[in-house]
Each structure stands twice: as structure tokens, then as C-alpha cells.
Design a protein around this ligand. Sequence first.
Ligand code: PEP
Ligand code: MG
Length: 588
Amino acid sequence: MSIQIFGLPVSRGVAIGRAVLVASSRVDVAHYFIDAAQVAAEVDRLRRARDEVANELVALKQEVPEEAHAELVALLDVHLMLLHDDMLADATKQWITERHYNAEWAMSAQLEVLARQFDEMEDDYLRERKADLEQVVERMLKAMSRSARDDNDVTAGVGSRDFGGEDPLVLVANDIAPADMIQFKRSVFTGFVTDVGGRTSHTAIVARSMDIPAVVGTREGSRLVRQDDWVIIDGDEGVLIVDPSPIVLEEYRFRQCQGELERARLDRLRHKPSVTLDGVNIELLANIELPADAPAAIAAGAVGVGLFRSEFLFMNRGGHLPDEEEQYLAYRAVVEAMNGLPVTIRTIDVGADKPLDRLSSHAIDHQTNPALGLRAIRWSLAEPEMFGAQLRAILRASAHGKVRVLIPMVAHAHEALRVREALEQARRQLDGQGQAYSHVELGAMIEVPAAALILPALLRHFDFVSIGTNDLIQYTLAIDRADEAVAHLYDPWHPAVLQLIATTIGQARAHGKAVSVCGEMAGDASFTEILLAMGLTSFSMHPAQIASIKQRILRADAKSLQMRLPQVLAHDDPQQACVQLLAGAARN
Ligand code: PEP
Ligand code: MG
């Protein structure tokens, strides 16, 4: 029977496909399709892993004297029985032979099926055997990862989206950490659904950067979907439909086609200059997470990178952070890919909902209140060696093109001084080594209300500012941006938020300093007019959003919008005022 589940829309469009349920703890299992010719070898890999685990369990059994540990021996017998049970062994094989999943994916897919069955069992003893099944699967996955390393025959990561002829797939999980989400870029999935998360959580941001439909905050979503169910993800409305009826399916297929036509239409704006009706040039920059995203920025017509979230280079590293050389090569790759266009590299911003590693034991990942803890520039200043290496790597990349450094979460003027000192020291060290670098401008992210309120003092130390509306909203309204339970209170239209943005833009301009917005508001077309009305001329967003924002800009009259701003800001309901007042200044 068809069910509709409501969540939060985070990435536009409609995806229709079969659900791949993944437990949050196993999101990092490799997901890719194998060729028909590889099926036999993949089944053999599964069999070898099973034999290896069976030998392991038998050896363990022999090590424990039965008289002393009868319970442990009985448990190992249960594990051996589960290992050979058809429900696990044969059914896993079937995912490989019929659906061409790689062995690890097949194994975790079948685990999800069986875990549901265990959950539904009446008998307490049987229900508790789910933990044993999970342990057996864990052993199998470990054995397969060993064999993958030995054979060196398996694609690392999550494989390609090129699944020629197979049904499209959408990933459904309780939660996906940003560090895991980034691994799904260019993966087999054509849509994402998670139970938790807010619209500007970093998981949602990465999903949006992939430009495929996504819904978060469905609360119960992953529990109500079964492995392989047909589902529709409506990323515009934030709806997940499970097992849709043929009529609903037809309607959504129609919407999918319309969405594609609309994209093709917007695509034609790619190389058109971004200028308002009254001739104001508006700079449209790209937000990227990895060097590999740079070509998409160029293809979308971005005139530079306004935000390179460098922290994604530091994730999934099992605690080994990239050294100066590795970072230099990554930054240089972006600078070169952007081919002379400016690249704004934000120094590492880990912490809060962006842990370094899902399984990390790093202190930064275990704070009592991480959003208010040692994150972003606070962490960098507390780790001078790591920070120095990053600054040197960025400076070295500046020898290859125009680079700007952006500091996240600045709240105090003394942080600016310490950053300047660290930058000076990095320059001296490079001079000592005879390494080349050129001039880099230093910018501050304005994302803590305190920074917005002391902006003139900060502007003495920084060359430019970039408004991080995602955090500015979170910290102004005291709303955790990643918590779906308070998502309804996360309000970019709140008059306090609008005032902070408007005064930041106004003051930066009055001081002759460049200002842009790089939070999600910049790429959301419902805010284009109000940001233009505030005098903003630089927007940074996911490459896929550039065309629709440009369309709004081409239809807007900046001067007339600016004249109407005071009325909007004075209104009790700025959103409504914006629609009424600003609509008059924009041509539809
Ligand atoms: C922001 O806070 O608006 C921002 C752009 O940074 P991030 O989303 O990475 O915190
Ligand atoms: Mg931020």
C-alpha cells in the first residue's frame, strides 16, 4: 500500500527509483554495480569471505574450552548457523546475480531485510539474535575488505552512477554524516532520504551540491521503507512516497520531464552576463567541497569560487590529516581548474555537525556542545601546527592563480590579529624555504551575530567579508541547523536575521570592502530580490543553482528594490512584505 511521508525539501527535483536502505553505521560500505561478466567472480569473493569467517569461528571455538565457556561456544555455533543460513547466504548471492550489486553492498542490503524480520519477531530470544546477525555480517564485510585489498580488484569508494539499464536507486538512511555523504558524490544513487537533519545541515548541503533530489527530516522514513521498495522523492515539496500507485507514478514522471525541460531552458543562461535591468553587474561564484567540483563551477558559468569548504579534505582520513604538500596539491588543482578566476579557500571548519570522521576518537568530535565549542577558527588557533601547514599550502597555491583566504566563525577582533600573525609566520617560513607565493586577500566569514555587530572593528583587519547565513541564522535564533525537531523555527526571514545581513552588507560597502553571501540563502531564488535590495552584488552558491539565480537577477531592477528595502525591513512579516513590495520591482 502506498504511503506518503513528509520531511524537509533540501534538493530540488523528482527522483523515482528503488530504495537502498543503509544502516547509518554501514553507510561507508562500497556501493557499485558489477558487469555481468564479473558476477561469477563476485559470488566467488562472497563464498571465500564466508569460508574465511567460518574458519575464524571454528578456530575461536577450538580456543575456548567448552566445559568452562559453554555459553560462548553456543554463541559461536549460532554465528556459524547464521553464516550458512540460506536467508543470508543465498539471498545475498541473489542481490549479486540478479541486481549486479557488489558483494559488500549485497551483504548489507540483505542484512537490512533480515534485521526488519528480526525486529518484528514476538519471541524475545529470537529478536535479540539480530545483534548476532550484525556481528556475523560485520565479520563478512571485514573479510571482504581484506580480500579487496589483497586482490586489488574492487573499485574503492562507491562506484559510478553509470548503471546502464538497471533501475535507478535512491539511498534511504536514518542519518548520513557529511563525511560519508561526500563519498556519494558521483555515486550510483539518484536521490537521498534521511530521517534526521535540517535544511542547512551539512549533509543536506552536500546533497544539494550533487544536484539530485533529496529530502531530510522524515523522522520515521527509513523505518517505513523496505529494501528494494519503489519510492518517489519529491525534493521540491519534501515528500517521500513509498510504493506509489500507477497514477501517482505517472504524475511524477511527468513532473520529472518538466523539471528536465526547465533545466535545459535555464542552461541556456549559462554564459549570459549576470546584470540587473538597471545595469548592475552581479558576481555569481561557486561553493565547492572538493577539487573535483571545480569543473562543474566553470561549466555552470561561475566567475570564481566564493567558498571552498576545505574541511572536506580532512574527513574520512582515520585521524591522519593531510599534510602541507597534499593540501597544496589539492588547492593548486582547484586554482588551475578555475583557470585564472579567483578561488576563495576557507580554512578548516570542522566541528558541530561536521565531525572529522564518523568513527573518530579525535577530541573535536566529542565535545559537550559542539556547535558552541572548539570549531572552525577556534580549533585552528588551538592547533597552530595544523593551521600553519594549511596557511602555507594555501599561500603556495597562490603562486598559480588568484587565491583568497577566508576565516570561518570569527567573533573577536583578537582572532583577526592572531590569524594575521599566523599568516605572517607562514610567509616567513616559505621565504626561508625559498617557496613561491603571491598576495592573498584575507576575509572573515560573518556567521556569528557578534561579528556582525562589531563589523567596523573587524573590517580594520580584513580585506573582505562573506556572510555565512547558515550559521548566522543558527546562532541568531539559537536553532540547531541540523536538528529537524526545531527546523520549523529556523527562519531566514526572521527580522533579526535580515537586519544583521542588511547592516553587514551596508557597512562593508560603506568601508569600501567587498562583501558576498555564501550561505544557502544566496542560492535560494526566494531571497534574490531582498539580497539585491540590500545592495549585495556578490553571491556564492552550488554551481547547479547559478542559472536560476541569474534568471532572477536578469529580471530585477536593483535601484527600485533598494528603495523599497526599508519598508520590508520595518514590516512585521518581511517575507510577505517582500513578496508584495519587491514583486513590483521585478519583472516576471
Ligand atoms: C554558513 O554558515 O553559511 C556557511 C556558508 O558555512 P557552512 O555552511 O559550511 O557552515
Ligand atoms: Mg558556517
